[in-house]
Structure formats: structure tokens, C-alpha cells
Design a protein around this ligand. Sequence first.
Ligand SMILES: [Zn+2]
Length: 284
Amino acid sequence: MNQGKWQIGEVTVTRVVEIEATGGMSRIIPDAKRELLKEIPWLYPHFVDENGRMRGSIHALIIETPDRTIVVDTCVGNDKERGNPPWSNLQTTFLSDLEAAGYAPERIDNVLCTHLHVDHVGWNTILVDGKWQPTFPNARYLMGRVEFEHWTNVDETGTKQVMSDSVLPVFDAGLVDLVETDHKICDQISLIPTVGHSPGHVSVLIQSQGEEAVITGDFIHHPCQIVHPEWPSAPDSDPEQGLKTRHAVFSRYADTPTLIIGTHFHTPTAGHLKRDGDTYRLDV
Ligand SMILES: [Zn+2]
């Protein structure tokens, strides 16, 4: 079990990994060719391996405030039939790893999906006696209203499968609150709209005792996009808006003390944005 833990004032963020993998990212960011990555020495060895292959991670980030525990993004999940073979019918120890980290499912107050893609909603549900049941029975699940309305109307097999096994069962159980992209969850935690990757995509802003962190979600998949904001992620629904979002976030947080925690960044997963010539880098 590979974890990370960060303290932001009174708030802790704990990473629980479902899958860490090398190589798959090149399909997500096709512009990130090996020879171009080679020109960015700080990506090695954490984010690109010695053979020039990008490293990535699928993990949940658990935010604990003095009075609330929030799971941000719920990975791929077990037992789910998926078109992408490495994600189909997974049997990982994610849930027991979550519990071992101190987060039994009953303890979770909120589940937040930054967006409703397949690798962000999986552990919303578990298979019990052949039925998809909410994994976190005492949680309110927060999903973007725009996001939910968009994906419920997409007539495509893969999307329908994800919605029917990982989103609609919690909705039908009455556990979903549809929220706006600038929703404030509690004193320390609010959403910031970072659309482009998907129509209602959000990032998460944590503020406590003068300290600050941002959980990215998927407006960026890999730290190479910090140097090259113009490299889109293949699944971006609006690449032009995705580019605008990356520029806006990078210029907002560069050279500030705000910790950037990546939703798909390989260990060490978090760092600080710095201006670097006419672009940016991540200091880890
Ligand atoms: Zn993702």
C-alpha cells in the first residue's frame, strides 16, 4: 500500500492508491513523446521512468477536517466490466487499504466526484449479492449538476455502463446532492470550476489556518502538462477550454505557497508550482 499524507492547517489529506502504472499515460497525452519529455529533466525519476515512459496513479484523496471526512474521487472499483481491459473486473484491495488508513466506509461523510469519468466513480458502489450498493452508506455523494445532466444524456455503451453501475445506484438510493461548480462544502473546503476536461469538472480548494492546497482532478493528468499546458488530454471534452483552464490555474498558483496535489500524479503526487522561463514547473 503506497500512501502520501499532507497537512494543510487543521486539515489532512491522505492518498490511498488503487493502481500505480507506467506507460498507459502516453495514450492519454499523445503529444508527450519520449524525446520531448527528455527535455524536462525534473520529471525524472518520479514522473517518467528511465526508459522514458510516463508514470501515473489512480488514487483517492481523503480529506479530513476537524469535523468531516471527504473522499475525493473513487477510482475504478472492483467487479466492473469495462471496455478498457486493464480496468475491467478489477479485484484490488483498495477498500481494505482505505480502512487500514483509518477510513472505514461508515466513517465517510461525503464522497466528491471531481467529474463522472470511469476512474473517478468506481468505488461509489460495491457488488453485494449481485446488486450495486453504495459503498459509503452514511455519506452524501456530491456530484456536479452540469456533470450529472451531461453524462445521463450520453447515449454511448461505455458511459451507460459506468452510469448504471457506479452513479445511478447511489442516485436512486437518495444519497446524491447535485452541486454547482463553485460549491462550498464546509469552512475549509470548496470547489473551483476547472472545466474543459469534462463539462462540469471541478478541482478542490482546501484552506485552513492560512495554508492552502488544491486537488487538481483531471484538468491535468501528468506534470509534463505543467511545462506544456498546450498538450491536451485525449478525453478532454473541450480541449480549447482545457488549455484555458490549465493556464488560469498555473498562473494563479505559481510562486505561491499553495500545495498542488495531483489526482493522477505518481508518487510523490504533490508539489508547488513555480514559474520557469515562459512556462512552469512542479517543485516536489
Ligand atoms: Zn481520471
